[in-house]
Write a protein that binds this ligand. Structure first.
Ligand SMILES: Cc1cc2nc3c(=O)[nH]c(=O)nc-3n(C[C@H](O)[C@H](O)[C@H](O)COP(=O)(O)OP(=O)(O)OC[C@H]3O[C@@H](n4cnc5c(N)ncnc54)[C@H](O)[C@@H]3O)c2cc1C
Length: 501
């Protein structure tokens, strides 16, 4: 591999840098990738290109009141940097943790902000990617070449969230806000707010605004599962009282959380009815006597088919119990001047309507890819273990877990990239991609994720853009951390599915 080599002034105008590795995105995955690269492959030349004006990705983009994680930071945090605060963290706390990782490891010089990548072209002759970006603050084009692309772009478009089209939206006289683009100066005190949707975002935003708003109504089509609990891990506190090192606490608490989650996930598959009744009992305990649980908090699907939001200190339920927030389970007929007319005939009056209706999934950062001048259609490729695509060379895609913390997979894949790069060096290879083996040729190709297994709306809406899945473990994204933690480090890089050149 080469070291950084300034090639300004070469025959091809606009090329400013050639790199061993180019990381796309400075969210938790990209910053983690940069850390692992410096530790596991010192001397590798690399940059992280980030379209926004700072690091953090999800935690920089989302600014709605109360924004916080819905999984614990011992496992959402990196395995290499102890998390010392309460398990559920605010965006600000997560950003400050990531900032420390950048500072402590001198990563800042590698990150280029305001660099939005529009296309990436692979040349089999040159065995490298050419990446075109625009510097968003100046409008100037920027061009890089790289031997390897590490795609840490996340899974949704950061510029705007997903809002369905409802009849009459233009008639509504109040404000319609998507949480992803929450205006800093939004005045909700003393106002009637309707929040559409009942996922993790709603569980966060409602308690944060309920005290000041006149009233907050959560309008959901169907109920969701929640796990109320304290924002504290007793084991961590006990270990702290015993003056155990934070590094040890981090490791022990991670192990304990992952152990408990493995049991929970398995039980959700083996005895869904029992798990369902336990989850419902947890919610019921936080609601007033006689509350209509059946209508508002009893989902029809089995637990874990969508992410389950942890509700620290049961705060959304406290809002409901106090009368400042209420649930409506119904469907939207249309918007009106004053609010929302429901299919039941009821009308919800609102000054502000918050559409917590999800994301626009973007598979690979809205970047146009070409190989030798031919556009790449990722939906025509088969996905290798949710990380590489058949026929697409020198590229790794980070897509984390839904049922466990995303970062667990980002860390695992970082080890994989570093191992793959080392293997290429040993072989003297400049190119690697994955291909179906002879035994895979007749394999049935299926949608990327089995909707029976996991089916959030943003994934279902984007299924036609996503790569295909096969029926063998190599060609599936199992979403199973507990197997992948052993399987990914053990991948045989000389297996027949890897083709080097
Ligand atoms: C509100 C919210 C709360 C969440 N809470 C949790 C949680 O508690 N636990 C959990 O496991 N998961 C959670 N998730 C999922 C979460 O998004 C991921 O876990 C994680 O933050 C993703 O990190 P990432 O770095 O892979 O992607 P992102 O955070 O999406 O960052 C990707 C970065 O890549 C940049 N980028 C993308 N395309 C381009 C391009 N073409 N050019 C340049 N830059 C580009 C983006 O600007 C962005 O900064 C949450 C998601 C949301 C929206």
């Amino acid at each position: 591999m080469t070291t950084t080599e300034a090639v300004r002034g070469t025959a091809e105008p606009g090329i400013i840098e050639h790199l061993d590795v180019l990381i796309v995105g400075a969210g938790i995955s990209g910053v983690g990738g940069a850390y692992h690269l410096t530790k596991q492959r010192p001397g590798t030349s690399f940059v992280v290109l980030e379209g926004l004006d700072s690091f953090g990705g999800t935690w920089w983009t989302h600014r709605y009141p109360g924004i916080r994680s819905d999984s614990d930071l011992h496992t959402f945090g990196y395995r290499f940097k102890p998390w010392t605060g309460p398990p559920i963290a605010t965006a600000e706390e997560i950003l400050s943790y990531m900032g420390e990782v950048i500072d402590e490891n001198d990563l800042a010089d590698h990150i280029r902000y305001n660099h939005r990548i529009s296309n990436a072209r692979w040349s089999n002759e040159d065995k490298r990617w050419t990446i075109e970006a625009t510097q968003t603050d100046t409008g100037e084009p920027r061009r890089f070449t790289a031997n390897f692309l590490w795609m840490c772009q996340g899974y949704y478009r950061h510029s705007e969230g997903y809002t369905p089209e409802w009849e009459g939206m233009a008639d509504f006289e109040g404000e319609i806000i998507h949480p992803q683009t929450w205006p800093e100066d939004l005045e909700y005190a003393g106002k009637k707010v309707v929040v559409i949707g009942s996922g993790a975002t709603t569980a966060t935003v409602v308690p944060a605004i309920a005290a000041d708003a006149e009233h907050v109504t959560v309008l959901q089509r169907s109920p969701t599962y929640f796990i109320p609990g304290r924002n504290r891990i007793d084991l961590a506190e006990t270990l702290r009282e015993l003056n155990v090192d934070e590094e040890w606490i981090h490791e022990i608490v991670r192990k304990k959380i992952l152990h408990d989650q493995a049991i929970f996930t398995q039980r959700a598959f083996d005895e869904p009815e029992k798990v369902k009744s336990e989850l419902l009992a947890g919610v019921r305990a936080n609601l007033p006597e006689g509350y209509d649980m059946e209508t508002h908090f009893t989902p029809s699907y089995r637990p874990w088919r969508q992410r389950i939001a942890f509700v620290p200190d049961a705060d959304i339920f406290k809002g409901i119990a106090s009368g400042k927030a209420s649930m409506v389970t119904d469907e939207i007929e249309r918007f009106t001047g004053l609010g929302i007319l429901l299919k039941s005939g009821e009308e919800l009056e609102a000054d502000i309507i918050v559409t917590a209706t999800g994301f626009n999934m973007n598979v690979l950062g809205d970047i146009d890819f070409e190989i030798d001048g031919e556009p790449v259609d990722f939906s025509e490729t088969v996905n290798y273990r949710g990380m590489m695509f058949t026929g697409v060379p020198n590229l790794l895609w980070v897509f984390g877990y839904f049922r466990a913390s995303w970062t667990l997979r980002a860390d695992l894949l970082a080890d994989f990239v570093c191992r793959l790069l080392a293997h290429m060096d040993e072989k003297g290879a400049e190119r690697v991609d994955v291909q179906l083996r002879p035994e895979d040729k007749d394999m049935e190709l299926l949608p990327w994720i089995d909707p029976e297994n996991f089916n959030p709306g943003y994934l279902m809406r984007a299924m036609d853009l996503l790569p295909k899945r096969g029926d063998k473990p190599e060609w599936q994204h199992t979403q199973d951390y507990w197997h992948e933690k052993d399987d990914i480090p053990a991948i045989d890089l000389d297996g027949a599915e890897f083709v080097y050149g």
